[in-house]
Write a protein that binds this ligand. Structure first.
Ligand SMILES: Nc1ncnc2c1ncn2[C@@H]1O[C@H](COP(=O)(O)OP(=O)(O)OP(=O)(O)O)[C@@H](O)[C@H]1O
Ligand SMILES: [Mg+2]
Length: 336
C-alpha cells in the first residue's frame, strides 16, 4: 500500500527533475556534479554545469547519466543526495515511496542501479515504482494512455530519442536511438572547427543551437561565437550562420525521421487509424528545435503536436501518477 509521501524522479541525461506529491515539481537542475580530490562534492546541478570546461585538475566535473541510464552509480548517488537535500530544504525524507521514469526495455542491472542510487541517498525508502518514460511523457502531455486509443510519442532528449506506440497503459512498440541535443551540440562544434579552425566549448555550442538550429532550410541569420583558434592557440571569434548549423544537424534529424518511419511501418493497423486522427506527439527538450513540427509533418504526412513544456512532459506525467493511486496501479510496477 502507498504512503502519503511520494517522490517522483526523471533522471534525464541533461537534467534531473523531481516531483513531490502534493507540491508539484520541486527541482529541475543540470545533471552535473563537481568532485574534488575524488571524494568531496563541491558543486552540483546548475552550479556544477557552470564549471564545465573551466575547472582545475583536482576538480572533476562529470555527468553520471549516459544514454538515459546510470553510468556512474557512486556519482549519481552523491548528486541525488544533494538534490533531495535542496528540494526538501535539508529535511530528512523518511518512509517515502519513489516513482522513477525509466527508458523502456532497460536491463535488470540498469534497473538495479536506479534502486541502489535511491536507497543509498535516503534515510528510509519504502517502495520503489518504475514507469516507462513514454507512458509518463504522454500523461504529461495530457493524453489518456489507459484507453484503447493508440498513441505515438517521440521524446527527443539530450542523449536519446525514444519513439513509442502506447495503448491500454502499456508500450506496444518502441525504439530508442542515440540521438539528442548533445549530439547536435557536438556536430555544431565540429562544423565550426572545420570551417573556421575555431574550438568552441559545449555550452557555446548549445547556445548556438538554441538560437539558430532549424529543422527545415532556414533563412539568413548569423551569430558571433567565441573560442580558441586551432592554429594560433589564441582566443578568437567567428560569425556562424543558420545555414551551417542546419547542415551540421541535418543527418541526425534524418535519423529521427527514419526511426519514426520504422515504427509507423510496424504499427498494427487499428492503431495506425488512431494515429491518423490524433497525430504524433513530440516532446523532450530537443523538440524545441525551430520548425520541427513542419519537418516531421512533411516527412510523415501526419499531424504533429509539439508539447508545450517539452522538458517537463516526463516529470509532469510522473506527477499525475503520484497523485492518482489507480493510475499508478495501471501504469507503474513495484521493483522494491
Ligand atoms: N530551445 C531549444 N532548442 C533546441 N534544443 C533545446 C532547447 N531547449 C533545450 N534544448 C535541448 O534539450 C536537451 C535537454 O532536453 P531534456 O531535458 O528533455 O533531456 P533529458 O531528459 O535530460 O535527456 P534524456 O531524455 O536524453 O536522458 C538539451 O540537449 C538542450 O540543449
Ligand atoms: Mg528525458
Amino acid at each position: 500500500m502507498l504512503g502519503r509521501k511520494i517522490i517522483g524522479i526523471d533522471f534525464g541525461t541533461s537534467e534531473v527533475k523531481i516531483y513531490r506529491k502534493g507540491a508539484g515539481v520541486v527541482l529541475k537542475e543540470k545533471n552535473v556534479v563537481a568532485i574534488k580530490n575524488r571524494k568531496k562534492v563541491i558543486a552540483s546541478g546548475n552550479f556544477a554545469y557552470d564549471m564545465l570546461g573551466k575547472s582545475p585538475e583536482e576538480i572533476e566535473v562529470s555527468m553520471p547519466i549516459q544514454n538515459g541510464v546510470i553510468a556512474d552509480v557512486g556519482k549519481m548517488q552523491m548528486l541525488l543526495s544533494t538534490f533531495i537535500e535542496k528540494a526538501f530544504n535539508g529535511k530528512k525524507i523518511k518512509n517515502a515511496d519513489y516513482l522513477v521514469a525509466v527508458p523502456t526495455d532497460i536491463t535488470e542491472v540498469e534497473k538495479r542501479a536506479f534502486c541502489d542510487v535511491i536507497q543509498r541517498s535516503n534515510a528510509k525508502v519504502r517502495n520503489i515504482f518504475m514507469v516507462d518514460k513514454p507512458v509518463s511523457a504522454a500523461l504529461g502531455m495530457e493524453i489518456d494512455v489507459t484507453g484503447t486509443r493508440g498513441v505515438l510519442t517521440v521524446d527527443i532528449g539530450a542523449d536519446t530519442t525514444e519513439i513509442a506506440i502506447i495503448s491500454l497503459g502499456g508500450i506496444v512498440l518502441s525504439k530508442l536511438i542515440p540521438v539528442g541535443g548533445y549530439k547536435f551540440d557536438s556536430l555544431i562544434q565540429s562544423a565550426i572547427r572545420k570551417k573556421y579552425n575555431l574550438i568552441v566549448g559545449d555550452k557555446t555550442a548549445e547556445n548556438v543551437k538554441i538560437s539558430l538550429a532549424s529543422a527545415v532550410e532556414p533563412g539568413e541569420e548569423v551569430i558571433r561565437v567565441f573560442g580558441r583558434d586551432v592554429l594560433s592557440g589564441l582566443p578568437s571569434e567567428a560569425m556562424v550562420s543558420t545555414e551551417m548549423i542546419y547542415e551540421a544537424i541535418n543527418e541526425q534529424l534524418t535519423s529521427v525521421l527514419s526511426a519514426i518511419r520504422v515504427i509507423l511501418e510496424r504499427t498494427p493497423p487499428e492503431i495506425s487509424a488512431d494515429i491518423i486522427r490524433s497525430g504524433i506527439y513530440v516532446t523532450g527538450g530537443s523538440a524545441m528545435i525551430k520548425n520541427l513540427k513542419e519537418c516531421i509533418e512533411a516527412e510523415t504526412n501526419l499531424k504533429v503536436n509539439i508539447a508545450d513544456d517539452a522538458e517537463y512532459s516526463v516529470i509532469n506525467g510522473v506527477g499525475k501518477i503520484s497523485e492518482d493511486y489507480k493510475l499508478l496501479k495501471q501504469v507503474a510496477h513495484a521493483v522494491k
